[in-house]
Design a protein around this ligand. Sequence first.
Ligand code: DOR
Length: 461
Amino acid sequence: MQFVRLSEYARGMSGVFDLLIKNGTVVSGSGRKQCDIAIRRGKIVAVGSFQPADAAEVIEASHLHVLPGVIDTQVHFREPGMEHKEDIESGTRAAVCGGVTTIFEMPNTKPATTTAEALRDKLDRASGRAWCHYAFFVGACAENIEQLDQLEQLPGTPGIKLFMGSSTGSLLVEQTDLVREVMKHGKRPMPVHSEDEARLRDRWHLVENGAHPREHFVWRDAETARMNTERLLQLVHETRRPTHVLHISTAEELPLLKEAKRNRLPVTCEVTPNHLTFNEEDYERIGSKVQMNPPVRTESTRLALWHAVKQGLFDVIGSDHAPHTEEEKAKPYPQSPSGMPGVQTLLPVMLDWFARGEIELEKVVQLTSENPAKLYQIKDKGFISPGMDADLVLVDLKGKQDVTRDWLESKCGWSPLEGRTLQGKITHTLVKGKAIVSDSTLVGEPSGEMVRFEGKDNELS
Ligand code: DOR
C-alpha cells in the first residue's frame, strides 16, 4: 500500500476533493494503517492526512476499517432467461449490500453466453441497471471453439469459462480432445468447473430414483473432482494455458494443486465461503438448500480446505452465488437444482471467520480483492492507492449482521445462513466514489460500469 501525504496529482487540485474518508483503518494485503483517503471524480487521488475543509463531503471513519471493494469473480445472475430467480439489477443490488463492488457473471443463462451477440446483449442489459461494476464470461462449447481467441478479447468479458462437469444449464465440454482444443484457443486465464462428467453419468443410478440430499456428495464424490482436476492439470502441462480451477471442494485435489504450483504450471485456484462454512450436517438442517456443485462434503474436508487457505494455496475466494427459488429447491432430490445464493454474504461470512480467528483481515483482502484484480488483469481496481477507482467497503468489526430475509436483496429471498448472526457489519459501500450503501442502508442509484482489462480493447463499438 502506498501512503503519501499528498500526491502531486492531488496537490494540483487541493480544496477540491469530492469526498474524504477520515481516520479509517485502511487494510491491504500487506498491512493496515489509520489514515485518510481522498477521492475525486470517482478515483482515489491520495492516501494520507488531509484537512476536512478540503473536501465537499467527509465520512468520519475512525471506528471503521476500510477495505477495497470485493471483486466476486464467480456469480450466476440468471438474466436472460431465468429472471424469476435473479436478474442483473437484483443480483448487483445484493452485491453492493454485501460490500461487493465488481462482479464477473457466469455464462450459463438462457441462452448461454457463447457468442459475441449474447455477450453484447448482457452488457446492454447491465448498462444503467447494475449497482456494481460488471463483466460477463463467455462459455466454451463445441460450436465456438474456433472463435474463442477472438471472443476472449471482446470488451466486457474477463474471458472464457469452461464447464467440464455439467451443472445448471447445458454448457459442457467433457472429452479430453475438445478440452485441449478449448485450452489452445486463447491465452487469458480460464476458470474451469472441474468434475468428471463420465463418472457422474456412471454413478447417477445411486440417486436417480430419489434420495436424501446428503447423497449428493456420494453421487458427486471426491474422486469425481480429483480425477478431473488431475486430467485438467495434465492438459495445463501440455498447453501451458493459464487455468483457474474453481470451487475446490475436496482434500484430494489439494496435493495435486500444490504440486502443479510447485512445478510452476500456470494454475490458480478458488474456494467458496460455502465449502469453508458448511458440512454434511447442513444437509440434515436445510436439506437441498445446501446442495451445490461441486458438493459441500464432510467436516474433515472443510477443515482440510481451511488448512489449505492458511498454507496460501488458494488465490481467490468467489461466492458462486447461484440462486434458485424456494419452490425449486423444495422439489424432491435429485430434481432439486444445485446452487445457493451467496454474493451478499461473502464478505460478512469472511469477516465472521476473521472474528473467530480463522483468517487475517489482510488475507481476506488478498483473496477477495487484490488477487482477483491481479489474476484477471483488471484495470484500476482491487487496491487502495492513488489512481485506483474509489470502490471501497467500510466495515464495523464490532457490529453484527443478522442474516434475515429483510436484509437479503437477492430475488430468491433466502440464504443458507438465515438465522445466523455474523460478527462484523458493512456500513458503507462506495462505487466509484459514490456511497451506494450508507449507514448500512441502500441509497443512490445503480451506477456500475463495465469492467476494463489491461492488454485488451475496452471500447464498445
Ligand atoms: O451448484 C451450482 N450451481 N454449481 C454450478 O456450477 C452452477 C450453479 C448454478 O448456476 O446454479
